[in-house]
Design a binder for this molecule. Structure first.
Ligand code: PLZ
Length: 447
């Protein structure tokens, strides 16, 4: 079952359905998956992929689907982007691995230099590289604890930070992430998030509420770090009210608490800036990155104030594969493409197009209770009309309709009632419009 397909932007940019979704050849492979792959590993849209690029994903049956998911915000520069492919090919032919902790190489240092330049703030910064977002978050907490000599970590309602033991503890939602997987790491405390659609609070009031919880229930002196997604991802694309992040960050700074922005989903041009923190000029002490950083190669980073990063003893940070040379080559290609094609501007243009389509849709479908997000990170929350009662069943029905009709869509949210749109920034306007025509049909068909 090998494939010689070539992907990338040269693929025909079209939605093309030649079988049911999933088609017979995907069905065969699904049976094989059932035999060999643990049931705990689910798949949202079970077509087996042979190629992808631009704004489409092609499956074994010859269907071409429009991609509004980017593999959960990863292929921001496009799947098999030429800048990524060429650098990866060159690197993989030169050497695949040495372990940076054994014998170093330029790619790792180059990525850290890019991170210092691109992340918010012009202070002295240093980075360490890892394999996954969860691993980056774990290490950010380790570094913050080492630098402050404190234990406690504050996180927020609806937060998602990963599936390892510490990051499960930091993640809010039980199903499917935490159920029966405890006991969880200790010294993790949850504060109320700013969620304008549900709490109606200003950023300042929501920050005061969160700070009061942290101050009274944890104590600023015990807090090593506050970790927050500047726009929440899995939790429902919750965009905090203006002023919430700056107020929290100021409080953290006044109290010697390390402010960690988890930009694993929102970073690298996704929201129209390099990072979501840029929107309000928030400068985190530490930032975690992954996903979009490397165009599909597994890479993650922790970037922070040099004094914090250097608080850890030599040898205290690492891992066999962290900052693997092939993954670093992918990151350098992805970052080069983002700069060269001004993908931040492209994300803003996509955001305008998507918002317009969603506003139009919401006029006709009162189940759409909230439209939110920024740039190419937009979402709608579905509720029983006129209420804030989540309508997850409708979200699932709309999602299934989109999948059957060749559009890769994703849901999210604590109640599973949020529909999120994360197209690759390499998608064309025509394809985007066609995808939203399908979304509109899905709402009409499930009304
Ligand atoms: N922090 C903000 O969005 C990953 C998870 C998908 P890893 N989000 C997608 C799933 O169901 O596992 C994520 C994130 C934020 C951390 C992570 C974790 O990143 O690379 O999946 O470990």
């Amino acid at each position: 079952m090998t494939s010689t397909a070539t992907g990338g932007p040269g693929l025909p940019q079209e939605r093309r359905l030649v079988t049911d979704i999933p088609g017979p050849l995907s069905q065969e492979r699904l049976d094989r998956k059932k035999t060999h792959v643990a049931d705990g590993v689910g798949t949202a849209l079970p077509v087996f992929v042979t190629a992808a690029g631009g704004g489409v994903i092609v499956d074994v049956d010859g269907n071409s689907l429009i991609d509004l998911g980017s593999g959960i915000a990863v292929t921001t520069v496009g799947n098999a982007a030429p800048e990524v492919v060429s650098r990866v090919q060159e690197q993989v032919a030169a050497f695949t691995h040495t372990c940076f902790m054994v014998t170093p190489y330029d790619g790792y240092v180059d990525v850290c230099a890019e991170l210092a330049e691109l992340t918010p703030g012009d202070h002295a910064k240093k980075s360490a590289l890892f394999n996954s977002g969860a691993e980056a978050v774990e290490n950010a907490v380790k570094i913050a604890r080492s630098a402050t000599g404190r234990d406690a970590v504050a996180v927020f309602d609806h937060a998602y930070h990963g599936r390892t033991n510490l990051t499960m503890a930091m993640t809010a939602k039980n199903m499917p992430y935490k159920h029966r997987f405890g006991p969880f790491a200790g010294e993790v405390y949850r504060a109320p998030m700013s969620y304008p659609f549900r709490d109606g609070l200003s950023g300042a009031d929501a920050a005061a509420r969160a700070i009061d919880v942290l101050d009274k229930q944890v104590g600023a002196d015990n807090l090593a770090a506050i970790a927050i997604e500047p726009i929440q991802g899995e939790g429902g694309f919750v965009v905090p009210a203006e002023g919430f992040l700056p107020a929290l960050s100021a409080w953290a700074s006044d109290n010697g608490v390390v402010f960690i922005a988890d930009e694993i989903q929102s970073g690298f041009c996704r929201t129209g800036d390099w990072f979501a923190c840029d929107h309000e000029g928030v400068v985190p002490d530490m930032i975690t990155t992954a996903k979009g950083i490397a165009g599909g190669m597994p890479l993650a980073g922790v970037t922070g104030r040099a004094d914090l990063m250097d608080a850890v003893h030599v040898g205290g940070l690492g891992g066999t594969y962290g900052g693997n040379p092939v993954a670093c080559a992918g990151a350098l290609g992805s970052i080069a493409a983002m700069k060269e094609h001004d993908l931040g501007a492209r994300a803003r243009a996509i955001g305008d197009l998507v918002r317009e389509r969603l506003l139009d849709l919401a006029e006709r479908h009162p189940v759409i209770a909230d439209i939110r997000g920024r740039g190419a990170m937009m979402a709608i929350e579905l509720c029983e009309p006129g209420t804030t009662t989540p309508d997850a069943a409708r979200a699932a029905a709309v999602n299934a309709h989109c999948h059957r009709n060749g559009v890769v869509t994703l849901t999210c949210g604590t109640w599973g009632n949020v529909f999120r749109f994360l197209p690759p920034l390499s998608i064309g306007d025509d394809l985007l419009h066609e995808a939203f025509d399908v979304v509109a049909d899905a709402f009409a068909a499930t009304a």
